[in-house]
Structure formats: structure tokens, C-alpha cells
Write a protein that binds this ligand. Sequence first.
Ligand code: XIL
Length: 345
Amino acid sequence: HLKNSFAPYFKIGTAINIEQQLDKRRGEFTELISSQFNSLVAENAMKWDALNPEPNVYNFALSDKLIDFATERKMEVVGHVLFWHNQTPEWLFKDTNGKQVSKDLLIKRMRHHIRVLNKRYGEKIHAWDVVNEALNEDGSLRDSPWKQILGEDWVQQAFKIAQEELPPKTKLIYNDYNLHNRNKLMGLLELLHSMQANSIRIDAIGIQAHWALDYPSHKNLEFLINTLHKNKVQIHFSELDIDVLPRPKQFDGGAEITESHKYNMFIDPYKEGLPTSMQNQLANRYQGLFKVFLKHADKIDRVNFWGLTDEFSWKNQWPVANRTNHPLLFDRDGKAKAAFYSIIK
Ligand code: XIL
């Protein structure tokens, strides 16, 4: 079992789509989840638009289900996510007249949101992704309503509010993708240093780890791990999956996917299943990555897969919709793949 294999080193988690894995086909997945993992994230249910789609309307049904499931089984829960530019309702950035909300009111709403969640879940949530994806690929701050309304130091403000409102024990995470790219990493370090210089707590960096068979290299990955460690933050691999489908090269640098890319990518070569040679490539890739993780285990708090089985992976829909991807350790029948056996000890 994964969780036993890695217990001496780091927590091992997965992202759960609660409607699918804890409800509809309940018995089929609960055993797999609780036998293999000791940490859980809601894939969508704790995002702002899912929790609070309209002013004063909170939907807790799904997130309650996840928290109860985890608590009963003594699994850790990581909250995903407080402040992000996606899956965030439009009303949040508007005042009651439909104009852009003032800075003061937005800060009030942020504080209120954390208070509501903290009152309900408190220390049942071990760590929160406080801010998600605030950086551009060149390391600058992404343009978003958060930045427009709160200003250039919006990430710092967000962590300050989280620090003030959440229990001191709750770990505060900054989460992002493509952090192995040097420019983005430099931008992250700038952010980190400005928080550390101002005594704003930031405990960990979540490296999303939506990767492929050929990137990032072990060298770049180790550079990233060592750099973050030197800068005094814990490391979470927060959203690990390995895309096995064709993609445009430009995409690795985080470029937008254009229509022509989509055309080139609209092939679905492994619809009938992943051939053995590819299964082995995926297994080797996972084995190599876990060797790196184990080498640096003292720096790593958690390795979390983004999804349970290939059937439910968001990678079937992204960056191009309706393809058949095979990015995880369990196949469409919930059976362990070669990749699973390549990392288990
Ligand atoms: C994805 C989910 O997996 C999808 O189901 C949803 O449609 C879109 O969001 N980075 C993140 C995650 O931080 O929240 C995203 O999750 C994947 C990229």
C-alpha cells in the first residue's frame, strides 16, 4: 500500500471528486482511497464557486462528506483553495450595484469566507492552499481581479488574512504550476522573500506537478527542491499526474493553447488502452520521480496525486477535451498499473 510504503518519508494523498468517488459508486472506491492514501483534497468542492456561488449561500454538502470521510479514517485533509482567479464566482468582485468591489469590501469578504470555513472545519483541515497560481510564466504577477482590486501585494495581503484568521497550527501553502521554470521560480522567490521580510507566515510551497513523460528533468526538479528548501519552506507535490498524450512543445513554457495547437493535439492515440511499452514508460517515469522524492524526503511533506483513477482524471479534458489519458497509478477499472508497482516498496 502506498501510504505504508511512504509513511516514514512523506504523506501520500489524492484529490477526490466527491460526487463520483464517495457517493455514486461508493463501495467501489472507498476501500481503495482509505487503504492507499493518508491525505485527501477535494478536487473541486472547496473552491469558492462550489462553496459560495451566490452571496450568503453556502453549499457544504460535498465538502462535509469529504471531511467526515477523512476524519473517520484519521486521514489528513488539505483545503483547496482559498484565493484563485478560476472557479471563483463573479459576484465576489462586484458590489451591490454591479460595479467593481472596493478594496475594503473585498478584504471583508475574504476574511468572512475564511471565518465561515474555519468555524465549520477548524483544525480538521491540516493545511490550506491560500493562494493558487498568482504568477505568470515570466515570474511577474498575473493580472487578475485580485491584483486589480487589492494591488501588487495582494498575495501578501491574502496570507496575512489567512494567518490572522486560521489556527496557528494550520499550514499556509502557496500553490502553483511550472515552478521548475527558472523565471517563474525567481518570481516565487521574490514573493517569498517579501513575505518573510515582513513576518507574514508562509509555511509551504505546493508544486502542482502536472507533468509529462519528458519534463521536468530530474536535474530541474532537484534544483527546485533544493532552492525551496534553502528558502525555508516545506514542499508539497500537490497535484501530481503524468500526461501521456501528445502536446505542443510551447505548452511546457505555459503558453496559451491556440486553435492550431488544438488541431494538432486532437488525436486520441490510446483510446483502447495504454500499450505495454507506454505502460512501462509511465512506470519508469514514476519510478524516477519517486527516487528523487525519496532522496529529498526530509524536505517534502506530502505527495498528492491529482485524481484517483484514470477515468476521473481532469487530464481527459485538459488541455484538450474528450481524450483518453492515462496519467495516474490506477486504471479505469481501479486496478493498479505498472506505474503503481514501480514505486511501491
Ligand atoms: C481542476 C479540476 O481537476 C477539474 O475537475 C476542474 O474542472 C478544473 O480544475 N490546478 C489546480 C486545480 O489548482 O484546482 C485544477 O483542478 C487543476 C489545475
